[in-house]
Design a protein around this ligand. Sequence first.
Ligand code: GLY
Ligand code: MN
Ligand code: MN
Length: 491
Amino acid sequence: MAEERTQQGKPADGTESHDPDFPEAFLSFMRQGWRDTELPVGPRPEVPNHAKRRAALAEAFPGETLVIPTGTEKVRANDTDHRFRPGSDFAYLTGDLEPDSVLVLRPGGEATLFMRPRSSRATDEFFRSRHGELWVGRRPTLKEKSTELGLPTADLTELDAALADLAPGRTRVLRGFDARVDAAVRPYDGARDEGQPGRDRELAIAISELKLVKDEWEIAQLQEACDATVRGFEDVARALPADRAVSERLLEGIFALRARHDGNDVGYGSIVGAGEHATILHWVHNHGATRPGELLLMDMGVENRNLYTADVTRVLPVDGRFTPLQRQVYDAVYAAQQAGIDVIKPGVAFRDVHLTAMRVLAEALKDLGLLPVSVDEAMDPASTVYRRWTLHGTSHMLGIDVHDCANARKETYRDGPLGEGYVLTVEPGLYFQPEDELVPEELRGIGVRIEDDILVTADGSVNLSAGLPRRSDEVETWLAEQREAGPRLPG
Ligand code: GLY
Ligand code: MN
Ligand code: MN
């Protein structure tokens, strides 16, 4: 089923044909005898949520036009593409999941979604083009999409003319998603102050900062993603033998099946680290194998159908019981995580969650005889030697991206306070590298991280991933229960 191309990579007859060999008899036969049906679409319940976000963004840039593309399909090899994943900011503002679409938000908040609609049967596109519905499925019409999203729509073919009309000094573009849009609207930094972000960068910042507070619909999406993630971890635990090796890839694949079945996909490359692989923070090769007696660290999250993702890490003792030393390390990480969660409420500095968890870990490292200085000295910003074994920050925002709100300014995010409706991870860890000569032999190759997804409420927090136990004894009981229940397929 390959798209046949000439040597230049262009279709032979000037169309986007998937088959250059089209006798006229075939063409005229294909052009007749098709029934037209409408998709039974109604407005999605979240239409007002998206409208509110667009209104808030428009208000931040009065009198300006904002252009926000979703991006295009990326070539995997030759004529096969990666599975399309919409641009997060575009999806946040529209709820649309199709490739190539572009949101144009005009002064006052009037929005138009430029999109590639269902191809008319008046042309051959429906069976000849790579976008044709006989190749990739039926796309919505302009009217169907407009009804579904509560948003005026226009054909993508009209986008160039619409962009050409925009005044450069009064237009901002979310760049880096769609080369056609980037080229059509040249960057304009006329009155830019030295050291200030450019106009387009200000747009990216504003969207990221809007995303800090999740509305009720988004919280429900995140809860759904966490619930599916719980089921995925259960599936994996049920397939994890206590007494023999299985490949990390098998476990990754079992979780991926749950993610595709219950959601859209995994929200990021699953980290399945058996034994010493747990000490590598972003271990995604997953080409190792479990071993009874060792720990297994899994950092995995389901991205739901509206692209909201969970981000959860659990560490399991493969044979069902932590050794005393494994338990000591695990319980220290648990205590650090719980201390971090306990300080979360509106107004608390984002950084304090991290510092609270790190102090607990520094104390544990002192107890293990590893810290070369006092805990207070280690916590001094001029030292931080404890970080040899903690390696990373404790929290990041979570939402439609696993590392959500990434363009927010430091002063509103990393140096700012937590607010009601924020969702952040709390994920401290201790990592003893196999080649670390400053730790005793028996600790080398142990890595523990515990990660949960925490919603900031009016007076504290709620753990959205509480469906998976965290305490070492509860993890053991849960693992035994899953094994007792036996393997299962989603559905
Ligand atoms: N899974 C990536 C992270 O925890 O940030
Ligand atoms: Mn995380
Ligand atoms: Mn994670």
